[in-house]
Design a protein around this ligand. Structure first.
Ligand code: HOZ
Length: 431
């Protein structure tokens, strides 16, 4: 069978042994249809699927690959670490080095704990916030994703007096009854929520530049109101910077917005592509964690020596002078080129970016919240997704995901991407 599609063959095999054929749902292409591409290898700004077709990669493992795939300094650090052992379950000097490097770059954090995934970090930050304040309630925003801990898989109730409803089977309503889900960028609603529940709120958790409803910024006024209301009511402000940390800039979304959160949740870039995440904040709060304090948290692979080597090598590269200026310029040129191509073909379109993270929308205005993002015409997005994929450009297979540019993307990659999008916009005009 010389022309058999190897992705189809692998997908059939995968579905027999892995639910849906994937180990994380969005990879299944359910939203866009078609067969997921099974990746064989990656290098720089590209990866190759099972048919050996090359794609310009704009997901970068959903954020971590800020240097591109296989950066020589990172590969060298990982190879060296692997030879010294995969995991010890005992402390290492490298964990201290990584903690010191993170704290030096994120001034709101005085102490940090390393864990293995963003979900774990967000879940632990939440427990810490509740433990440190002695309160139960938490605020989150519709469209912000903080991993799949039970209390965070929740949608809004019918009003501010009713708390959230689970969005997943297997989550008892009792577990989400303390989670209040509010509309992103809605200051009036936020004020009302604090007026009603302020003294019972342990924390407000937010992606201050949201990357799980495509790319939506908190307005500076909204972000400031979050900070002020938390301070006023003794609640902790938790910035989930799993996506934005070291991605939108060297000091994360908090640096971009000039807001100091109480706790910060990190992941993705700090592991450079290996399973590593973290949460941190002021010493007095972090010392509530076991073994010092009463809030329990632990992990066999936390601070793993290979993952920390990968993260450290990545942080060293991105902290070099001019790194974010160059990355931002590249991302901005992609966004500007896509906008110009859409305008030339009469396609409703808008786009935004910060550092190496971007989003685009098949509508003229930049959305301010999840409900607006979800008014996107699905069929139009899917046509764009598959048109790009056919032309060797891989963007996230869902309209509610952000995109990522790496230092390895060349001007030519950006130009090829813009031209591919222009062709698709033009073809869709004819339909
Ligand atoms: N949590 C990611 C979407 N925002 C998906 C991660 C993955 O499938 O690798």
């Amino acid at each position: 069978m010389p022309n058999a599609d190897q992705n189809d063959i692998l997908f059939d095999r995968a579905r027999a042994v892995i639910p849906g054929g994937v180990n994380s749902p969005v990879r299944a292409f359910k939203a866009v249809g078609g067969t997921p591409r099974f990746i064989r290898r990656a290098e720089g700004a590209y990866f190759w699927d099972a048919n050996d077709k090359r794609y310009i990669d704009y997901i970068g493992s959903w954020g971590p690959m800020i240097l591109g795939h296989g950066h020589p300094a990172v590969v060298e650090a990982v190879q060296k670490a692997v030879l010294e052992g995969f995991s010890y379950g005992a402390p290492t000097e490298r964990e201290i080095e990584l903690a010191e490097a993170i704290l030096a770059l994120v001034p709101s954090m005085e102490m940090v704990r390393l864990v293995s995934s963003g979900t774990e970090a967000a879940m632990s930050a939440l427990r810490l916030a509740r433990g440190a304040t002695g309160r139960k309630h938490i605020i989150k925003f519709e469209g912000c994703y903080h991993g799949h801990a039970d209390a965070l898989l929740v949608k809004a109730g019918s009003g501010l007096a009713t708390f959230g409803h689970p969005t997943s089977a297997g989550v008892p309503p009792e577990v989400t009854q303390h989670t209040l889900v509010l509309e992103y960028n809605n200051i009036a609603q936020l004020e009302e929520a604090f007026a009603l529940h302020g003294n019972d709120i342990a924390c407000l958790m937010i992606e201050a530049i949201a990357g799980n409803m495509n790319f939506v910024r908190a307005t500076p006024e909204f972000a400031k109101r979050c900070r002020d209301l938390c301070t006023q009511h003794g609640a902790l402000l938790v910035f989930d910077e799993v996506m934005t940390g070291f991605r939108v800039g060297l000091h994360g979304a908090q640096g971009v917005l000039g807001i100091t959160p109480d706790l910060t949740v990190l992941g993705k870039v700090i592991g450079g592509g290996m399973p590593l995440a973290a949460f941190g904040g002021p010493r007095a709060i972090m010392e509530q964690l076991a073994p010092l304090g009463p809030v329990y948290q632990a992990g066999t692979l936390s601070g793993n020596p290979v993952a920390t080597a990968c993260g450290l090598a990545t942080l060293k590269e991105i902290a070099k002078p001019g790194f974010y200026e160059a990355l931002s310029k590249k991302t901005q040129s992609l966004v500007a080129g896509l906008k110009a191509a859409a305008a030339a073909e009469g396609q409703a379109f808008n786009a935004d970016s910060e550092g190496g993270m971007f989003g685009f929308f098949l509508m003229n205005e930049l959305p301010q919240n999840y409900a607006t993002v979800m008014t996107t015409d699905n069929a139009q997005f899917n046509a764009l997704f598959h048109g790009l994929l056919d032309r060797g450009v891989y963007i996230a297979p869902a309209l509610y995901e952000a995109g990522f540019v790496s230092a390895a993307h060349s001007d030519d990659d950006i130009a090829v991407t813009i031209e591919a999008a222009r062709q698709i916009f033009k073809a869709s005009k004819r339909r």
